[in-house]
Design a protein. Structure first.
Length: 379
């Protein structure tokens, strides 16, 4: 390697190092900033960090402005410094003035971004304005990591639908429930804690009416640091959800949407009324052969700016999302229990999903006694 390419390689390594710090900062905003993107920024001069910031709260200042303020508080001038930011700075007025203005005012020498804005209407505009102001700009540093971090935001901006995660707990032989004489959970306490942490990062948790009738679940985020209370969604085409279920009785804890058909409403006027009186939203949607039209539901949730939907249903709803490739990510908690069921228990096995070939495993980790398999929809 000659000397010049050696220097370029070293500069690239330095850029990646600081961008990774910005990405770590960005992650701190998860659950609090959506539907905005999670963004982090680091201001550097001569290899020294002058200020760090991230987008902390929806409606609050953006990462770039927080980093500039932090540098000021630390007694540093930003003139001639480099800003590393995980997403192209915004160039339009939103809840706050455009970050571009603050960056230009800060007289930075360089701005390095991990990815351009995925919204085609504004993509590249912020970077062009920086260049016009005489600031050196580089893009796509740690681009894969930034795209991974912002996968849900990118989907909402490009497909106007939330990112869908299907989660289930199964025995090693693929059963989603244990025989009635085994009064215990399938998954370990550590796994259940991890699920509650994931719940509080989501806009909504979804089950089918089969799960409501079988388990009478609460579907709330509990016993973890609560960032927000996700809305509970039930797919229920013939409106069978009992007004006395734990779910409906706990409406004060988090909102509820029952997605049903026109027939479900017209054939059950009393129950419709009773549920509406509790504050439950009855959402009428078209149906397909499987039940509620999931594509229509996701379009509606996208219109409401939802970024994350966690599906925690039984086999019928899991099958619908996964077969139709409407789930982006799958989390299967496989417990070291082998059950030879006497009764007809619900069955949904990760091995069948892998065999089907539409999803690919991207991670596997131990959580308590279980192993968590994470799968992604193939591109
Ligand atoms: N281990 C786990 O992680 C886990 C999690 C959840 C549940 N479970 C177990 O699973 C069992 C219940 O299984 P399940 O399959 O009945 O529950 P489910 O998948 O949650 O609910 C199924 C019902 O949802 C309704 N539905 C509406 N739209 C649908 C659509 N597009 N696709 C599919 N279904 C739609 C259907 O009823 P309508 O036709 O009346 O609308 C259907 O019968 C219980 O034993 C429960 O304990 C286990
Ligand atoms: Zn901004």
């Amino acid at each position: 390697m000659n000397r010049q390419s050696d220097i370029l390689c070293r500069m690239h390594e330095i850029d990646e190092h600081f961008m990774q710090i910005a990405l770590r900062l960005a992650r701190r905003g998860r659950g609090a900033v959506e539907p905005n993107p999670t963004v982090g920024a680091v201001i550097v001069r001569d290899g020294k960090i002058l200020g760090e910031g991230w987008h902390e709260q929806f409606g609050g200042p953006h990462a770039e402005v927080n980093a500039i303020m932090a540098a000021g508080k630390n007694g540093h001038d930003t003139r001639g410094a480099t800003m590393y930011v995980t997403l192209e700075p915004c160039s339009h007025f939103g809840k706050t003035p455009p970050c571009i203005q603050a960056v230009i005012k800060g007289q930075f020498a360089r701005v390095i971004v991990a990815m351009q804005d995925p919204d085609e209407k504004v993509s590249g505009r912020g970077l062009a304005q920086l260049q016009e102001a005489g600031i050196e700009v580089a893009t796509d540093v740690c681009n894969d990591d930034a795209r991974e971090l912002l996968a849900a935001y990118i989907k909402l901006r490009t497909k106007q639908r939330p990112w869908v995660i299907c989660k289930w707990a199964q025995t090693s032989d693929g059963y989603l429930a244990l025989p009635a004489d085994q009064d215990r959970w399938i998954s370990s306490p550590e796994s259940r804690m991890k699920v509650h942490e994931l719940r509080t990062l989501c806009d909504g948790l979804l089950v089918g009416v089969g799960t409501v009738l079988a388990d009478d679940p609460l579907l709330t985020a509990r016993n973890v640091d609560i960032k927000r209370h996700p809305t509970r969604v039930v797919l229920d085409s013939s409106l069978k959800t009992p007004a006395k279920s734990k779910l409906i009785r706990s409406i004060g804890d988090a909102p509820i949407i029952i997605a049903t058909s026109q027939q479900g409403i017209t054939e059950n006027p009393k129950r419709t009324d009773a549920l509406r009186k509790t504050g439950t939203e009855i959402l009428e949607l078209p149906c397909t052969a499987d039940g509620i039209d999931l594509a229509a539901l996701l379009d509606e949730l996208g219109r409401r700016d939802w970024t994350h939907l966690l599906v925690e249903a039984g086999p019928r709803v899991l099958e619908s999302f996964i077969q139709n490739q409407l789930a982006d990510e799958l989390h299967a908690y496989v417990a070291p229990i082998h059950t030879k069921p006497k009764a007809n228990l619900p069955h949904f096995d990760i091995n069948d999903v892998l065999h089907d070939g539409k999803y690919v495993q991207t991670a596997e980790e131990s959580v308590g006694a279980d192993s968590l398999h994470v799968l992604r929809l193939k591109a």
